[in-house]
Design a protein around this ligand. Structure first.
Ligand SMILES: Nc1ncnc2c1ncn2[C@@H]1O[C@H](COP(=O)(O)OP(=O)(O)OP(=O)(O)O)[C@@H](O)[C@H]1O
Length: 251
């Protein structure tokens, strides 16, 4: 996001707010009062060790799990009780960890299927090529032939082939080789420049330390820390305290 816009955003209400959100999955009480704010226009990161509740938070925002208490407000609208298709229509796109990509279809066909309101808008496709140039190169190739990082780009492109206000991405680096992670960092950097608001779930701190504007760290179904990424990135002791084991195992 450009600096002028970023300082403008500083005075604005967050695009997405979770206040005291609880989620039960069956008999398990997973989210235990999540407070989270995603500012407009930047890249926010949700960190935390395995099982902290990051994926459950994304799924609760999307209405795939229903919040049992608390409120979720998106762009001024209470979306806590909306059905998932209505939440998507309100302007939130979700890229799950499993990357919803059709391997047998070409990159073009993958994006075409994701454009629900009609034919793809060529100007928007060109905009996507601007930050994911690999997709232009492999436009007519089966998506199954692409590398893991490129498939991740197809999954993200599918989510934003139609305009969205907020993009939720769950652990895009999972299982990817370091060189491919580098190309994803470059792609996210370009995507940020387009002013798309992004909430990125990650365990790989090195992937997000230079990308994130703000960061929230989850532990045991709650947000244990929230602030500027620059503050966490520059404070080794805070990283150790908040991320401890997950940092050790992912560096
Ligand atoms: N379908 C389910 N049924 C029961 N428990 C679940 C289910 N899905 C998640 N959980 C539990 O909820 C807790 C939070 O899981 P979640 O996937 O949200 O964590 P996470 O922070 O995304 O972890 P990871 O980084 O491992 O994906 C974990 O203890 C997990 O075992």
């Amino acid at each position: 996001m450009r600096d002028a816009n970023r300082s403008e955003a500083a005075g604005q209400a967050p695009l997405l707010t979770l206040s005291g959100v609880h989620t039960h999955i069956g008999q398990y009480h997973i989210l235990q009062g999540v407070d989270l704010a995603v500012p407009r226009g930047g890249l926010s990161v949700l960190l935390g060790r395995n099982g902290a509740g990051k994926t459950t938070t994304l799924r609760t925002i999307m209405g795939l799990w229903k919040a049992s208490a608390g409120a979720i407000t998106f762009d001024g609208q209470d979306i806590t009780k909306l059905a998932t298709p209505d939440i998507a229509r309100a302007g939130i796109a979700y890229v799950p960890e499993s990357m919803a990509v059709f391997s047998d279809l070409t990159v073009r066909e993958n994006l075409h299927l994701a454009a629900r309101s009609g034919p793809m808008d060529q100007a928007r496709v060109d905009w996507i090529f601007g930050f994911f140039p690999a997709l232009k190169k492999f436009w007519n190739y089966p998506a199954g032939n692409l590398s893991g990082g490129q498939k991740q780009m197809v999954a993200i492109a599918r989510a934003i082939v139609e305009p969205r206000k907020l993009l939720l991405v769950d652990e895009p680096t999972k299982g990817l080789a370091p060189a491919i992670v580098q190309s994803l960092i470059a792609a996210f950097r370009e995507l940020k420049e387009t002013d798309t608001t992004i909430l990125l779930v990650e365990q790989n701190f090195n992937f997000v330390r230079s990308l994130g504007d703000t960061v929230s760290v989850m532990d045991d179904g709650r947000v244990a820390h929230a602030g500027a990424m620059a503050a966490l990135a520059g404070d080794d002791e805070l990283q150790q305290r908040l991320l401890g084991l997950s940092l050790d195992s992912h560096q």
